[in-house]
Design a protein around this ligand. Structure first.
Ligand code: NAD
Length: 356
């Protein structure tokens, strides 16, 4: 199966190297001919290259165009807010895609959840435009706001700015529609608070609505974000694809992870027009790192998303089916799912469940 693909692998730290090794066993068993280019980022990169996000790592991703990474701990006081945020900005990975679907044999409150969160990854309150309370910059901003529009902000207020642009929204909307068509999905639901924030969330909603002119078969609706949250908890099965600005997307993708059984199961992708970096939603889990008990399924399913992106559709579907088979059988599970198997036991069982 498969042709030749170059893929940059960043194992990460904490449980990253453990789940990365496990995912590699499964991916190599599903598709032949992947050439892995291993590069570092995070604490290991700092000790080896004096840089948390070395240029040679970015170069490798630019060259292979596709990467898969384990989680990375952001060292406190590093100067970066987060290596992950830096990576998304450097490579302009403007779309985060996080599917959450009910998995067989994983008991949850709701059955039949099968939804995808598409989150704008570069703007909104996460843009990093921060003014610390009492700083000269915050003081100057207060003066300017008073002068410009008569806004009075308290002297002891910290301020985070929420930029949402037409261009930034257009590309995520276009991406969402293309995603829905390519993946045979049906409905996009935009979440927003346009009534309270007409200039940012309202712009996001209006821009999305404009695009619906060439929507083809795709259904489109919108919902206030608070209402959407309540509906998600009550009847997640009614949703298909959620299209969200950055902050809401971050929060609701964890909520969706919770709906289907937890962080150890949810894959993700960060995608731009040129590059794509696949990674699980979870972090480096320092509390269980080094013990060989992390659940590798989120990383393995991230690998399946990567295979689909590479055009290896059969391989991707085979990996997803093998994960389902092993979960349904229930005998081999990591402790987060109530079992006592190791990370590598789970990976080997999944690899063994692939078609020969
Ligand atoms: P976390 O996701 O690492 O852990 C939260 C809880 O979930 C922990 O109890 C952990 O043991 C459990 N968990 C997570 N993944 C698991 C898995 N695969 N199997 C079993 N249990 C799992 O979140 P955190 O503790 O808030 O963050 C730890 C570090 O990870 C921080 O430094 C944070 O910056 C970093 N982080 C990195 C990424 C990334 O690289 N994309 C994402 C989130 C957090």
């Amino acid at each position: 199966m498969g042709g030749r693909h170059r893929v940059t692998l960043i194992p990460g730290d904490g449980i990253g190297p453990e789940v990365s090794a496990a995912a590699r066993v499964v991916i190599d068993a599903a598709v032949s001919g992947i050439e892995w280019i291993e590069r570092t980022a995070g604490a290991l990169a700092l000790s080896e290259h004096g840089d948390l996000l070395p240029e040679e790592t970015l170069e490798a991703i630019r060259e292979s165009r596709v990467a898969i990474k384990g989680p990375i701990t952001t060292p406190v006081g590093s100067g970066f807010r987060s290596i992950n945020v830096a990576l998304r900005q450097e490579l302009d990975l403007f779309a985060a895609v996080r599917p959450a679907r009910s998995l067989p044999g994983v008991p949850t409150r709701h059955g039949a959840v099968d939804l995808v969160v598409i989150r704008e990854n570069t703007e909104d309150l996460y843009r990093g435009v921060e003014f610390a309370a009492g700083s000269p910059e915050a003081e100057a901003l207060r003066d300017e706001l008073r002068r410009l529009a008569g806004f009075e902000i308290r002297a002891d207020a910290g301020v985070t700015v929420k930029p949402i642009s037409v261009a930034g929204t257009r590309r995520i909307v276009r991406f969402a529609f293309e995603y829905v068509k390519a993946n045979r999905r049906r409905t996009i639901t935009v979440g927003h608070k346009a009534s309270i924030m007409p200039t940012s969330d309202g712009l996001f909603l209006r821009t999305a609505r404009e695009h619906t002119g060439d929507r083809g078969e795709v259904d489109f609706e919108d919902m206030q974000i608070d209402h959407m949250t309540a509906r998600l908890v009550r009847e997640p099965g009614r949703f298909d694809v959620l299209l969200l600005p950055n902050l809401y997307g971050d929060i609701l993708s964890d909520l969706c992870a919770g709906l289907v059984g937890g962080l150890g199961l949810i894959p993700g992708a960060n995608i731009g027009w040129e590059y794509a970096v696949f990674e699980p939603v979870h972090g480096s889990a320092p509390d269980i790192a080094g013990r060989g008990v992390a659940n590798p399924i989120a990383m393995i399913l991230s690998g399946a998303m990567m295979l689909r992106h590479l055009g290896e559709l059969d391989g991707a579907a085979a990996v997803e089916r093998a994960v389902d088979t092993v979960l349904e059988a229930g005998a081999v599970r990591t402790p987060d799912l109530g079992g006592s198997s190791s990370t590598m036991d789970v990976a080997e069982k999944i690899a063994a469940a692939l078609p020969r």
